[in-house]
Design a protein around this ligand. Structure first.
Ligand code: SF4
Length: 491
C-alpha cells in the first residue's frame, strides 16, 4: 500500500500512533472544528503572514491544484534563482510529505524556517522541524540552517507598523534537528508499520490526549463518563487517574480507603458517596462577615491577540473591552446594574477604566470570582499611571469568592471543577447560560472581534452588542445569586 504522511500527521504520530492511524484511515471520526479552534487557526495564519515579511520577494506555493501540482511548482521555484524565498514549499520523500512555512535562498543552499505562534520553543516543535529537514535533505536541497521562528515574548508594540524582525525570535535549531534524525528513522518505521495494520492500535488514553493540544479524537477515544468517574475528583492529576485505571478503579465508589488523596479530593469522595453537599458553615460565616456594603459584583471581558493591536502591549496581552457591575446597597436590596462595552476598534483601555472608576465609587467590597480582574487592573495600572491611585483603591476592595467556595463548599455536581460555570448550576438551580448567543469568555472575545471589525450591518451589530451585554451582565448577576445562596449556608 502506498501512503503519504503529511508533516502534521507525522507530528501527531510522535505523540500517539493511534491518532496518526485515525488521521490517515478514519479522519471522519475527528471532532469538528469549533469557533474557538477556527479562531486559533486564523490567528496562526495571521502570524504566518507577518513572518513572511521577513522574506521580501518570497513566492507562495498554493495548494488549490492538489499536492502533486504543489510539488511540481515548488521544484520550478527552487530551480528559478530569481526567487529569493518560497512559502509553503511542498516536498515528498519516502512517503512523507511536508509543506515548509518559509525557505530562503542563500546562494546554493537554503534556510528552512518553521513559524510558530507560541512565545517559546517546545520539544515537539523540534520534531516538526526535524521531519522537514529530513525530507528536504533527501529531496536534494542543501540546508544551510533549520530555524524556528516563534513570537518574542518580550516584544512591546511601539505603535504603528509591527517590525517582524523584532516581533519574532528566530532560533537556529540545525544541530538539534540533526541529532533527532536517528530517532526519526525508527519513529517513521513504526509509523508505517502501524499504518499498514487493518485496525487502529490499542493505545491507552492519558495526558498525551490533551497535552500539548486536545486531540481531535478525544471524544471518540474517551466517551462521556458516568457522574461518579474518578476523573471528576478536583485537581486529579492524569498520572493518578492512570494509577487508578491500572488498579481497575474507575468509580469514585471503588477508591480504596487508604489511597492517598488530598483533603479536597477526600471531601469530594464523601459528597459523591453520601449524595450530600458539604458546607463549612463557620468558615463561610467568618469569611462573608468581612464583606462591606455597598457590595459591587464585577466581571471583565477581554481579548488577548497574538499580534498586539495597541501601543505598549505585548503579544497575548489581555485587552479589557467590557465590564459589568451589579451594585447592592444592602444584603436584601435589588442590585442596580452598570456596564461598559467598547464598540469600535479604538484602544478601549482609557474609557474602560475611567467609566469603571466612576461606577464603583469609593466604598464597599467588590466581589469577583478568581484573580482575573485583579490581574487586568494591575496591567491597566501600568499602562495608565494617571489612574494608578484609583486602580489601587479598587484592588484593595476586591473580594474573591473562588477561594471561599474552594475552601468551604463542595457539591458532587461541581464534577471536580470550581469554575463559575460548574458551581452556579449546582448551588443556584435555574441559573444557567443555556440558549445564550455568547456562553463563555472565549465566545465573548470572538463576538467582540466581529463587532469592532465594522463590517456588520445594523441588525447584526445590534444582535452582537445585545449578546455581549447579556452575557457579561448575567455573569455578575450570577455572583449576586451565588453570594445570596452562600449567605444562607453561612447561617
Ligand atoms: S484521544 Fe488520546 S489515545 Fe485517542 S487518538 Fe487522541 S491522543 Fe491517541
Amino acid at each position: 500500500m502506498s501512503m503519504r504522511i503529511s508533516k502534521t500527521k507525522f507530528c501527531a504520530g510522535v505523540q500517539c500512533l493511534k491518532r496518526l492511524y485515525l488521521l490517515v484511515h478514519e479522519p471522519e471520526l475527528a471532532a469538528e472544528l469549533d469557533a474557538a479552534s477556527e479562531a486559533i487557526m486564523a490567528q496562526g495564519r495571521e502570524v504566518g503572514l507577518l513572518a513572511r515579511q521577513m522574506f521580501p520577494g518570497g513566492v507562495e506555493v498554493r495548494n488549490d491544484g492538489g499536492l502533486d501540482e504543489a510539488i511540481r511548482t515548488t521544484r520550478e521555484l527552487v530551480a528559478n534563482t530569481d526567487v529569493p524565498a518560497i512559502f509553503e514549499g511542498t516536498f515528498e520523500h519516502g512517503g512523507v510529505l511536508v509543506r515548509v512555512d518559509a525557505l530562503q535562498r542563500q546562494g546554493k543552499r537554503w534556510k528552512l524556517v518553521e513559524v510558530k505562534s507560541t512565545t517559546d520553543l517546545k520539544d515537539h516543535h523540534l520534531e516538526d522541524v526535524a521531519i522537514q529537514y529530513r525530507v528536504l535533505s533527501c529531496s536534494g536541497l542543501k540546508i544551510a540552517s533549520a530555524c524556528l521562528a516563534h513570537i518574542n515574548r518580550d516584544y512591546v508594540h511601539p505603535g504603528g507598523k509591527i517590525d517582524p524582525r523584532e516581533f519574532f525570535r528566530v532560533r537556529n535549531v540545525t544541530w538539534r534537528v540533526q541529532q533527532l534524525q536517528p530517532k526519526l528513522t525508527s519513529q517513521l518505521r513504526s509509523e508505517f508499520r502501524v499504518l499498514a495494520q487493518p485496525t487502529a492500535p490499542n493505545i491507552r488514553t492519558g495526558s498525551h490526549c490533551t497535552d500539548p493540544v486536545v486531540c481531535e479524537f478525544f471524544d471518540h477515544c474517551i466517551p462521556p463518563r458516568p457522574d461518579d468517574h474518578i476523573g471528576y475528583l478536583p485537581r486529579i492529576h492524569a498520572s493518578v487517574v492512570e494509577a487508578f485505571e491500572e488498579m481497575g478503579v474507575e468509580s469514585i465508589w471503588d477508591i480504596p480507603a487508604d489511597f492517598d488523596l488530598t483533603e479536597i479530593q477526600r471531601r469530594a469522595v464523601t459528597c459523591v458517596r453520601t449524595d450530600e453537599p458539604w458546607f463549612d458553615h463557620v468558615g463561610l460565616r467568618v469569611k462573608l462577615a468581612t464583606l462591606r456594603y455597598p457590595v459591587a459584583y464585577l466581571d471583565f471581558e477581554t481579548v488577548n491577540p497574538a499580534i498586539p493591536r495597541f501601543a505598549c502591549t505585548h503579544p497575548y496581552q489581555h485587552i479589557t473591552f467590557q465590564w459589568s457591575a451589579h451594585i447592592q446597597q444592602r444584603p436584601d436590596a435589588e442590585p442596580e446594574h452598570y456596564e461598559f462595552l467598547a464598540t469600535d476598534a479604538r484602544d478601549p483601555r482609557h474609557e474602560f477604566i475611567s467609566s469603571l472608576c466612576t461606577a464603583l465609587g469609593q466604598t464597599g467590597s467588590i466581589v469577583v470570582y478568581s484573580s482575573f480582574e485583579s490581574k487586568r487592573l494591575s496591567e491597566l495600572d501600568s499602562w495608565l499611571p494617571e489612574f494608578a491611585d484609583r486602580i489601587n483603591a479598587i484592588q484593595a476592595r476586591l473580594f474573591d469568592l473562588l477561594p471561599i467556595v474552594r475552601g468551604h463548599v463542595y457539591h458532587a455536581a461541581f464534577a471536580g471543577s470550581y469554575s463559575l460555570k460548574s458551581v452556579l448550576p449546582a448551588l443556584v438551580p435555574g441559573m444557567s447560560y443555556d440558549g445564550m448567543e455568547v456562553t463563555d469568555g472565549q465566545d465573548a472575545g470572538l463576538a467582540w472581534e466581529k463587532l469592532i471589525r465594522g463590517k456588520l450591518d445594523q441588525t447584526e451589530t445590534k444582535k452582537i452588542t445585545k449578546a455581549l451585554l447579556g452575557y457579561c451582565g448575567l455573569d455578575t448577576l450570577a455572583l449576586v445569586k451565588l453570594l445570596t445562596e452562600l449567605r444562607k449556608y453561612a447561617g
